[in-house]
Design a protein around this ligand. Structure first.
Ligand SMILES: Nc1nc2c(ncn2[C@@H]2O[C@H](COP(=O)(O)OP(=O)(O)O)[C@@H](O)[C@H]2O)c(=O)[nH]1
Ligand SMILES: [Mg+2]
Length: 295
């Protein structure tokens, strides 16, 4: 069950966006042109049209600790999306077009409950913190099983690697560690050598906090191989971003654009219905609603 539950707000089965619908005019910024310039509907349509064209807005959800804040940052930085994270302005939630649910492992009861409360046609599910699994393949296995369980695709990401922004000093430190043939121990805590509070220990703590064990071992390997991907801090950050799975989410968002357009058209129609109900150029408001827009 879970996300397969159809909420009452789902579009009718088989709905297809039509090219002569209100949304087509809205997309071209031409909603207000559908009525005479003197119509009191002009400001209503202009405002609805502006809202229709707002940037894609994603709300990040999931259980606390799943990495939601980091995910929100990753979506902003890598995919330039408008994002609301947990605990951010609850009013912004009303503007959400898509919900990105972050799993921290196989779905639990709280995940099912959350997922079934969201619009089923606009959910994207990710298995986050993929870098904390023994390897990427292991994370992919968990995602595959979760996907079967939920009946939804589950994408594998490391939101932390997607946010990598190592500076020149951290890059120099990694270069030194690579030259010393340092390896990332399987117990990450053993990486923290040096006296508590010493510069070496603080540096290593900082690296763990910023890119964690998998990020560090990937960086050390790329630097040791003298890869062009590790030519400098910027290149290394890009290499970590590319391995995070987050850029690849762009396609999943693209696939939902038709759904988002449908729901934005529903909003435009609701505005027109409210205008008609209060007698604001009712004839034309109803004409637009009946014709499905232009025609
Ligand atoms: N290794 C790893 N740690 C992560 C990742 N994403 C978040 N974290 C860490 O998980 C902890 C909680 O992250 P946060 O984004 O605040 O989670 P939230 O409570 O769901 O908002 C922080 O210490 C993050 O650095 C990830 O992709 N990989
Ligand atoms: Mg947090």
């Amino acid at each position: 069950m879970g996300a397969n539950v159809r909420t009452p707000t789902n579009p009718p089965p088989g709905w297809r966006p039509s090219h002569d619908s209100l949304s087509a005019a809205a997309e071209q910024g031409g909603l207000a042109d559908l009525v005479e310039p003197s119509s009191p509907l002009v400001p209503v349509l202009a405002a609805a049209g502006q809202r229709f064209l707002r940037p894609l807005h994603v709300q990040v959800v999931g259980r606390p600790g799943a990495g939601r804040d980091t995910m929100a940052r990753a979506l902003r930085e890598r995919l330039a999306l408008t994002v609301t994270g947990p605990g951010e302005d609850p009013r912004a939630a009303a503007d959400a077009d898509l919900w990105l649910h972050v799993l921290a492992g196989p779905p639990r009861r709280a995940d099912h409950e959350l997922l079934s409360s969201l619009p089923a046609d606009r959910i994207i599910v990710v298995l986050g913190k993929a870098d904390t699994h023994p390897d990427w393949e292991a994370a992919t296995d968990v995602a595959r099983r979760s996907s079967t369980h939920l009946g939804l695709p589950v994408h594998v990401v490391s939101q932390l690697l997607a946010c990598a922004d190592l500076d020149a000093a951290e890059f120099d430190a990694l270069t030194r560690l690579a030259a010393e043939r340092t390896e990332m121990p399987s117990m990450a805590g053993r990486f923290l050598v040096g006296a508590p509070g010493s510069a070496e220990r603080l540096l290593r703590q900082g690296l763990l906090r910023r890119i964690d064990a998998h990020g560090i071992s990937t960086a050390l390997r790329l630097i040791a191989e003298e890869s062009a991907e590790a030519a400098d801090a910027d290149a290394l950050n890009r290499a970590l971003h590319a391995r995070s799975g987050v850029p690849q989410l762009g396609a999943a968002f693209g696939d939902r654009v038709g759904r988002v357009r449908f729901w934005r058209e529903v909003e435009v129609r609701a505005e027109l219905e409210r205008a008609a109900a209060r007698g604001c150029d009712r004839v034309n408001a109803e004409r637009l609603l009946a014709a499905g827009g232009v025609g």
